[in-house]
Design a protein around this ligand. Structure first.
Ligand code: MTE
Length: 319
């Protein structure tokens, strides 16, 4: 999302990532085939799912959600090695490596502002508030790539209901942890830290808005926002803040980090909208990681059930 000088751009960025990932897969596959031939081990044994090991702890009792898409899920390896997480790096292939030792326990989340029940909760107490669901969602980054991920969590409304927002609460603000010692990206002024995002109350209460603590049946990997993040599938990915430590209810629209950084490029709403171009590129199409050709981007990322939240609003102005 940064403007880069030519000398800063790596060849892996010039080649579309999906092509690059597929090329890597092809090369890895060719190497494996050679190894299989040489050792007599069957190729299927080498590339079985267990060989692409998941990293975290398995989450028990996950229920399937009717809100899931039936589209093909993006491979775990692609999703967890191509991340926007500026607290670690502005390079998408680096959070997987740089976040490995990030400590996600003990972890407290402060909930305050315009609520009856202000509190500070242990993340594990929050995770136990409702049964975990698997929600397979499309996830569309403002930069034009998309993925389909089986997130694990439950509706954000489950937590909001328990803290009783007052009638004055119109927005919810989410703040990421500030920890320069663990997050090397926070030692640079690429963004204002900590990372802040926000939703209108009715957006936050929508059943699709997910409080997320897992993916692919396991705990969230650190690079994907462990221990807890939000996922707002009808909005561009930057609205889905990772590693949240503070949820604040307010009567004023929160100033979100990307809006502070480039107000003409990143609005507060940031609903996926193929009809409103980003000032520097079209938003009409997207490339799913692992695919060669682009596909059309859908209004609200295909989540038509949120359209009524914006009826009467000019979505060109409120981008
Ligand atoms: N949250 C924090 N704290 N820091 C970030 O840099 N990047 C955002 C969002 N949440 C970001 C963040 C952007 S731009 C995107 S596209 C998504 O996270 C990427 O989520 P993923 O890495 O799980 O695909």
């Amino acid at each position: 999302m940064l403007i880069k000088k030519a000398e800063d751009i790596r060849s892996s960025e010039i080649t579309p990532k999906s092509v690059y990932l597929n090329r890597r897969k092809f090369l890895a596959g060719a190497a494996l085939a050679g190894a299989a031939a040489a050792t007599g081990i069957g190729l299927r044994e080498i590339i079985s799912p267990s060989a692409t090991a998941l990293a975290g702890n398995k989450i028990n009792g996950i229920q399937k959600s009717p809100l899931s898409t039936t589209e093909t899920v993006t491979p775990y390896k692609d999703v967890t090695n191509y991340n926007n997480y500026y607290e670690f790096s502005t390079e998408k292939d680096e959070p997987a490596k740089l976040a490995q030792k990030f400590r996600t326990r003990p972890w407290k989340v402060k909930i305050d502002g315009l609520v009856d029940k202000k509190q500070e909760l242990d993340v594990d107490a929050i995770i136990k508030m409702a049964p975990p669901e698997e929600r397979i969602y499309r996830h569309r980054c403002v930069e034009g790539w998309s993925i389909v991920v089986p997130w694990v969590g439950f509706s954000l409304s489950e937590v909001i209901k328990r803290v009783n927002p007052t009638s004055k609460a119109k927005f919810v603000e989410f703040t990421t942890i500030l920890d320069k010692t663990q997050m090397p990206g926070q030692q640079r002024n690429v963004l204002e830290w900590p990372y802040v995002e926000g939703l209108r109350m009715d957006e936050a209460m929508h059943p699709l808005a997910l409080l997320c603590f897992g993916m692919y049946g396991e705990d969230l990997p650190n690079q994907d926002g462990a221990p807890i993040r939000i996922i707002v599938p009808w909005k561009y990915g930057f609205k889905s803040a990772k590693a949240i430590v503070h949820i604040r209810f307010t009567d004023k629209q929160p100033l979100n980090t990307w809006n502070i950084s480039a107000p003409m490029e990143y609005g507060f709403y940031s609903n996926v909208n193929p009809n409103v171009d980003h000032p520097r590129w079209s938003q009409a199409k997207e490339r799913r990681l692992g695919e060669f050709s682009k596909r059309p981007t859908l209004m609200f990322n295909g989540y038509d059930q949120v359209a009524s939240l914006y009826s009467g609003m000019d979505l060109k102005k409120n981008f």
